[in-house]
Design a binder for this molecule. Sequence first.
Ligand code: CO8
Length: 258
Amino acid sequence: MPYENILVETRGRVGLITLNRPKALNALCVGLIKDLGAALDAFEADDEVGCIVLTGSEKAFAAGADIKEMADKTYMDAYLQDFITVGWQRITTCRKPIIAAVAGYALGGGCEIAMMCDFIIAAENAKFGQPEITIGTIPGSGGTQRLTRFVGKSKAMDMCLTGRQMDAAEAERSGLVSRIVPAADLVDEAVKIADRIAGMSRPAVYMTKEAVNASYETTLQQGIMFERRLFHSTFATEDQKEGMAAFVEKRQPNFKNR
Ligand code: CO8
């Protein structure tokens, strides 16, 4: 399927989506969000894809929602169109893991999209921020909520109230990103990590993702019980038998349900 605002390819069992609106620093226009949703649908349906990487350019992962597109919206437009909700949430409903590989600017909606992914790998030049306040609005796609959960209230409040940017080192220190890599290696490193995940048992991958995500939505005791039930259920899978047999036999596992 041809896309106008993104590039899509597979590398082995990894689906790679590259945001591609260079003239607008990958500003997230409606067409881009539609393309992204369609690409995720296609990868989700493809059994040959086990993990997805979402990236941008070296200068910008995404510089936010498209300001030119939304500048003249009225309250009624925003409310009746359910602006933001439609399309943007597709990332959060994907069962396959999505790694955000961020170089350059991840601002506003760009930072929010990165935070919707399962984890973030940053290039040394990555810059994260929620600058909406500088243009008279506030984050609209989870920025005030997810950033607070990642970095805590003090830093999230600082970022959202001042609009300042956080560099890669601060983002890693604060728990927003999982690793930093040289900009030139970003996509290759992200694909390597995604490939490792894509080689695991798919049911175990899905269950891991469901269990970690549950920790945001529930109490510790309920989360632990949810995890326990999923853990028990892995003993009904062929891949658990294969994984543990391979360990005992000192060989690599050959998972059936990848
Ligand atoms: N929207 C539209 N166009 C943009 C955006 C954007 N967010 N960001 C950059 N561009 C365009 C510029 O207008 C410029 O286009 P042109 O050449 O036609 O004038 C081109 O990209 C290059 O940008 P700059 O010349 O500004 O490049 P610089 O290197 O000088 O600066 C910056 C880079 C610092 C990233 C700067 O472009 C900037 O501040 N951008 C805006 C950042 C911002 O405020 N983002 C938040 C937007 S609001 C938001 O995301 C709300 C999210 C709510 C949920 C989503 C709802 C859909």
